[in-house]
Ligand binder design. Structure first.
Ligand code: GLY
Length: 418
């Protein structure tokens, strides 16, 4: 099978790693130094959807897997489907679930899905009055895509005033914050529940917990994700059952009522509260770094799962997991990340990897002198899987310690104290 993957992060490296098979030819646009040995790199960035579509029309892949949200928001899935190329990823209209937080909230409300109350605002004045109406604590969310920088947790009204000023007057996020959502802040435990769906059938991947803050003990600025583990041992089958009945099932029904045929990933960012699970956000792609933790647990071949998703045949494919397996994924980030990462530092990787481990590349680049160098804030994900979460965590940390990158940093508390 000829498979086209779109993306360049550790998530896409993990996807390519678990799709890699002697019977498949993998192509990745644009890929990274980690994918070079398993896939042919195509010289297109994920937002170059015209070039990617032209390549796909000429080369006719049997399957396309779109990793990041940006090409989905630009309509790449629509373009590939118009060429009859089976594609994992929703159409542009359904990608609004992630690209517009106000659209998502409206859809959740219509479907009676539990989610914190929120007020959409288009100017400073209405945002200030929404804040008075909701009372602290609240969250300020930019409506559009903001590369993980669009969610703010102000500690008081003074801080929220300066955030709103930065969004509406200084326009630090540009048009992504033309609208903002002021949302009631709720307490609980966060979890990522990710499902494959062909619009009718849902196949849940193991629940994963992402660590969003930069430093241990959930301190420091929010990041794209500093690590993850899966499955979450504290998430009981009964909570999962509730999530299925109160969140995913009504969402799918509402999408069907809106004549949206959804073939791809549904990723719910949830807060498990004393009153039950509540939706904080929906994404339309796999999570990063959750994917690096989740894929090693799946026993059903990934190509079969993706092919069935793209071809509306998921009801024919069970999702099997490797028995008694858990994983830990640790993101190694450049010093200064997320604001001003130190770039160009050399990276030295272990020459032999221990069994049941993988290093997934993200912000790495091959320098003309042949050395591997840091090219972006999140550099690599060190992943390990084992029979217990404790063993997976210890092996992942041993792997992270064996990677030499000056001026880099990783959290030490991933999968600890659960
Ligand atoms: N790990 C957070 C995300 O992928 O959005």
């Amino acid at each position: 099978m000829k498979i086209l993957i779109i993306g360049q992060g550790a998530r896409e490296h993990a996807i390519a790693h678990f799709l890699s098979h002697p019977h498949h030819s993998l192509y990745i646009a644009p890929g990274n130094p980690g994918t070079e040995s398993i896939a042919t790199s195509l010289p297109y960035n994920p937002d170059q959807i015209d070039s990617i579509t032209t390549w796909a029309a000429q080369h006719r892949p049997d399957l396309a897997v779109i990793g990041p949200e940006l090409p989905l928001s630009l309509g790449l899935a629509d373009r590939l489907r118009a060429l009859n190329i089976p594609t994992v990823g929703p159409d542009q209209s359904a990608a609004r679930l992630e690209t517009s937080k106000t659209y998502c909230k409206e859809l959740l409300t219509q479907a009676h899905i539990p989610t914190p109350p929120a007020i959409p605002c288009t100017d400073l004045h209405s945002a200030r009055s929404a804040i008075r109406q909701l009372n602290a604590p609240y969250v300020i969310k930019a409506d559009g895509l903001a590369a993980g920088k669009g969610v703010f947790l102000p500690k008081d009204n003074q801080e929220s005033d300066s955030i709103l000023d930065a969004l509406f007057n200084q326009r630090i996020l540009g048009s992504a914050a033309d609208k903002v959502l002021i949302e009631k802040r709720i307490e609980g435990r966060e979890i990522s529940i990710i499902a494959l769906t062909d619009g009718t059938t849902l196949r849940y991947l193991p629940p994963a917990q992402d660590y969003k803050r930069l430093y241990d003990h959930h301190l420091g600025p929010n990041t794209g994700g500093m690590g993850a583990y899966a499955p979450a041992p504290w998430l009981t089958p009964s909570i999962l059952e509730t999530i299925h009945h109160t969140i995913f099932t009504p969402l799918l029904q509402t999408l069907q009522h809106r004549s949206i045929s959804y073939r791809g990933i549904l990723y719910a960012g949830l807060m498990i509260t004393d009153q039950g699970p509540q939706v904080l956000e929906f994404n339309v792609r796999l999570g990063d770094p959750e994917t690096q933790a989740i894929l090693p647990l799946i026993a059903t071949p990934l190509d079969e799962l993706f092919h069935a998703t793209a071809n509306a045949a998921l009801n024919q494919i069970p999702l099997r997991l490797h028995p008694a397996r858990a994983s830990t994924a640790i993101v190694i980030a450049a010093e200064g990340y997320p604001h001003q990462p130190t770039l160009h530092t050399p990276i030295t990787l272990p020459t032999v990897l221990p069994p049941s481990t993988a290093i997934f590349h993200a912000g790495t680049r091959r320098h003309p002198d042949g050395t591997l160098r840091v090219a972006a804030g999140r550099i690599l994900t060190a992943t390990a899987w084992a029979q217990s979460l404790r063993e997976a965590r210890e092996t992942a940390y041993a792997l992270a310690r064996s990677i030499q990158i000056p001026k880099s940093h990783y959290r030490k508390d991933i999968a600890q104290n659960l």
